[in-house]
Design a protein around this ligand. Structure first.
Ligand SMILES: *[C@@H]1O[C@H](CO)[C@@H](O)[C@H](O)[C@H]1NC(C)=O
Ligand SMILES: *[C@@H]1O[C@H](CO)[C@@H](O)[C@H](O)[C@H]1NC(C)=O
Ligand SMILES: *[C@@H]1O[C@H](CO)[C@@H](O)[C@H](O)[C@H]1NC(C)=O
Ligand SMILES: *[C@@H]1O[C@H](CO)[C@@H](O)[C@H](O)[C@H]1NC(C)=O
Ligand SMILES: *[C@@H]1O[C@H](CO)[C@@H](O)[C@H](O)[C@H]1NC(C)=O
Length: 818
């Protein structure tokens, strides 16, 4: 690759030291009417600019005047509405840098740490569910702008949340900064040319390391980047020794340029610590770079400059990525016309596998003479491939058709399953290759990349556009599984599409939700669902089996819940009533799922639509919460409750949410309290046919509970089964959930604890017949087995959620500089 280019430009070429001046160069001080000058760069206040007319400006009340950067960070623009955007008119089509600065503060009753939002650029989702609750965070992207405009769109994740940004940089990258066909893909199948055009990939910087050198700030970098030291990533510190030179590197055409990396990066390196290298003891220098997200692909740029050899042709070494050979017998001098100290870089693509780490190793080649065994590395950049879709072939051929037709007979029963209608609102809409400004959405236009969206794996966990773990399912397989969306297989329809029962090639029963074109819910939500749902694996949450995004389709595939919604088993027609013990178990299961949703992630996920139709039962009556997240920004909820008959139609809705429009996890607790009474009384949350005081279950049952007469309204089917002490505990728990103010309601963890206790009271021979405990405080009994730690149920996800500032980005977190 590059060596060929070198051959064309044979003459060594030494760069003049001239600063790079980008053709497009937008530096924005968001939310301010004043300019800020940071590192001699002029950030224009955006209050009067043409780039945005949306959002509102927030100014820090007591800005810390200590540095120009903190001045830049003392204002922000805050967006409450979906589709708020900045627009930049691009002069030079090509690769651009985009940097977004986030430095939260509290001012004007607005705590920026509470923001949760997603950002997309020209329709490509850059990140979602993002919030900053610590220091400042800089997120840097390198992306192709092949349009005369670059639109940066901010979308609050929840209706009640908001987005913010303190500063934006958009500037052209130097020509050939990213070369379309230069990268090598490294993995179990050896070294291959990376099959896609690298220039078209959107990259996000994860690590930028000055190996063997000092931290470099934007002030001394040619493209205003930050580089950090490598020591903390070295696996064996004693394996490496720093090499340095005081001579300015000799840049050659065809090799690196000063913009690829500044002099300082090439003037230092780590090399083998020779004291430890002997003829029979050779080892690697290895760095482990955590990348947070598992099962995703990264672009890795390695920088080399032989500043350790005395004469050319001495240094031969091997390079490994994640244990796979990336470059064997690398001889830098052969690539740089036998010049030493000449910068060179090589691009790779590597799949991080399940380790969540990109590992870089170098070791001396067998070709090097015994006396001169050495290996070096000068710099590393690791970038997440934001919208990369692996194109892999050779998926298993499955004879789904046979399976489907053989089970078709049993689908006569399907009409019964219509009740699944409420199962999971579906967010789906035809993707648009070129999103219009008026409805631009953060959906990755996967189809743009040719074959990439076709022929993808159905039997692996190939990384999706967000690096998520969900399984991609080919459209063809979904067609087979649903007999090409046979109407007779429809088991429900949400506001956003149809739900089909289907059987995948591996005989798994699934619920398949297919979005309708033009559905009002946006595409970012769809992708958020995949990102969020695919990270969630919990026994009491309905899990996502996979998704399909081919051919303008957006399809979510969930595990199939044989027994359908809890509601149907409480007061549905023709179904035998569940026993009290079973009901308790179901409540406990659902509470567990919800508790996990609230606490298993950095910022928690609020379900927002807890009701008995969203608690589904599998064939063993194990409860699983469904539809989480799907309705977070659902227009249904929004419209219904903004306009008419909220209480009438809902009955589960937290009155405080209704009053203050502020959603918290306590809103879920309220709704769950309604479900508890529903389970106990076996009647709907709202029953308009009843007398006025009975219509609303929450009000009605609370009256009985407060009067100490709860047993009067217990479902007659189970009245004889409930022990008084258990009923009392259960009633108290539900009552607390329904407290008027969120602050007075228990957490889901407390609710779970209390339900478990109620269950124990029910089970216990002796306790049960005693008069019930008179207060609701946690009784002093040992915790039932298997009860999760209330506030920290094990979360064994990949820790990679975008939901909060992940460790990865701590490299880019800034207190004093970028
Ligand atoms: C800091 O800001 C002042 C005033 O805006 C400006 O004169 C100065 O050049 C800035 N310093 C740097 C390093 O950018
Ligand atoms: C990659 O895409 C860019 C921009 O569309 C194009 O200019 C370049 O020729 C492509 N390179 C390859 C190798 O296809
Ligand atoms: C980088 O710039 C700072 C000033 O911000 C300077 O003090 C430092 O010496 C420079 N570092 C290098 C390695 O050039
Ligand atoms: C490598 O060298 C360091 C000192 O430079 C020494 O402490 C360490 O024990 C050596 N390791 C081996 C395996 O020889
Ligand atoms: C260095 O690491 C690679 C990849 O893990 C391995 O194949 C190689 O044998 C190692 N070399 C030495 C000298 O240990």
């Amino acid at each position: 690759m590059k060596s060929c280019k070198v051959a064309v430009f044979f003459i060594p070429f030494f760069c003049l030291i001239t600063a790079f001046s980008p053709q497009d160069n937008f530096l924005i001080n968001c939310g301010s009417d004043r300019d800020a000058i940071v590192d001699n760069r002029h950030f224009l206040g955006d209050s009067n600019s043409l780039h945005t007319s949306q959002g509102k400006s927030i100014l820090k009340e007591n800005p810390n005047p200590s540095s120009n950067l903190s001045f830049l960070y003392s204002s922000a623009r805050v967006f409450n509405d979906a589709s708020s955007r900045y627009v930049f008119n691009i002069n030079k089509i090509g690769t651009h840098f985009l940097r977004l600065h986030f430095s939260p503060f509290t001012a004007q009753n607005c705590d920026l740490r509470k923001a949760i939002f997603s950002v997309s650029a020209n329709g490509i989702l850059l990140f979602s569910n993002f919030g900053v609750n610590t220091a400042s965070v800089l997120r840097e992207f390198i992306l192709m702008v092949d349009n005369s405009e670059l639109e940066i769109e901010f979308t609050p994740t929840y209706e009640s949340s908001f987005a913010f940004v303190n500063a934006i940089e958009v500037f052209s990258a130097p020509d050939d900064f990213i070369i379309g066909d230069g990268a090598k893909s490294v993995g179990p199948r050896g070294i291959q040319e990376f099959s896609q055009n690298m220039t078209l990939q959107t990259l996000e910087t994860v690590h930028r390391i000055n190996v063997g050198g000092l931290k470099l700030t934007p002030f001394n970098d040619t493209l205003w980047r930050s580089w950090i030291r490598d020591e903390d990533f070295l696996v064996l510190k004693y394996a490496a020794k720093i090499g340095r030179t005081s001579h300015v590197p000799k840049y050659q055409k065809g090799g690196a340029t000063r913009e690829i990396a500044p002099d300082n990066v090439y003037m230092t390196a780590q090399q083998m610590n020779r004291e430890n290298v002997t003829t029979d003891f050779i080892f690697n220098i290895t760095w482990n770079f955590p990348v947070g997200i598992r099962d995703s692909s990264h672009f890795v740029r390695l920088h080399f400059c032989d500043i350790v050899s005395l004469s050319p042709g001495q240094l031969y070494f091997n390079v490994y990525l994640n244990g796979y050979t990336a470059y064997k017998d690398l001889d830098l001098s052969s690539l740089t016309f036998r010049e030493l100290a000449t910068p060179y870089y090589i691009d790779f693509v590597v799949y991080s596998g399940s380790s969540g780490v990109v590992q870089v190793s170098v070791d001396p080649s067998d070709l090097s003479s015994t006396m001169r065994k050495n290996a070096i590395l000068n710099g590393v950049e690791i970038m997440k491939m934001v919208n990369y879709v692996a194109s892999q072939t050779g998926s298993k051929k499955r004879n789904v058709w046979v399976i489907v037709s053989s089970v078709l007979g049993s689908f006569v029963l399907l009409s019964v399953l219509m009740i699944l209608a409420a199962l999971l609102f579906f967010v789906c809409r035809k993707k648009q290759l070129k999103p219009k400004r008026s409805e631009s959405v953060g959906w990755t236009p996967l189809g743009q990349y040719g074959s990439s969206s076709h022929g993808t794996l159905s039997d692996g966990t190939s990384p999706g556009p967000n690096g998520y773990l969900g399984q991609r399912i080919p459209f063809a397989e979904i067609q087979l599984a649903t007999n090409n969306f046979d109407k007779s297989l429809i088991v429900g329809s949400g506001g956003f599409g149809m739900v089909y029962k289907g059987i995948l090639g591996d005989k798994r029963k699934v619920a398949i939700k297919r979005g309708v074109p033009g559905s009002r819910q946006g595409l970012p939500e769809f992708q958020t669902e995949i990102t969020v749902l695919s990270k969630i694996r919990h026994h009491h949450l309905v899990s996502l089996v996979g998704y399909c995004e081919e051919q303008s389709e957006m399809i979510l595939v969930y595990e199939y819940m044989e027994k359908g919604p809890l509601k149907r088993h409480l007061y549905g027609p023709g179904i035998s009533p569940l026993s009290w013990k079973k009901r308790l178990e179901i409540c406990i299961g659902a509470a567990r799922g919800l508790h996990y949703l609230h606490t298993g992630f950095a910022q928690g996920i609020i379900h927002r639509d807890i009701k008995s139709t969203n608690i589904l039962l599998d064939e063993n009556c194990v409860a699983k919460v469904a539809d989480f997240g799907l309705s977070r920004t659902g227009p249904c909820l929004n419209e219904t409750h903004v306009s008419t008959g909220v209480k009438g139609s809902f009955g589960y809705l937290d009155p405080e949410y209704f009053r203050r429009q502020q959603l918290t996890d306590k809103s879920d607790v309220y709704s769950f309290g309604v479900v508890l009474f529903e389970v106990l009384c076996a009647r709907p949350a709202i029953d308009p046919l009843l007398s006025r005081e009975q219509v609303n279950l929450a009000e009605w049952s609370m009256q009985w509970q407060k009067d100490g007469q709860l047993e009067q309204i217990v479902d007659p089917h189970i009245r004889g089964q409930i022990k008084l002490s258990c009923l009392k505990k259960f009633g108290e728990t539900a009552e607390k959930c329904l407290a008027d103010y969120g602050i007075d309601r228990p957490t889901m963890g407390d609710v779970l604890w209390n339900l478990e206790y109620a269950f124990q009271l029910q089970e216990s021979e002796t306790l049960g017949e005693l008069p019930a405990i008179s207060n609701a405080s946690s009784p002093e009994v040992p915790l039932p087995e298997g009860l999760p730690n209330t506030h920290n149920e094990a979360y064994n996800g990949d820790g990679a959620s975008d939901i909060s500032t992940s460790k990865v980005f701590s490299q880019l977190m800034t207190n004093e500089g970028r």
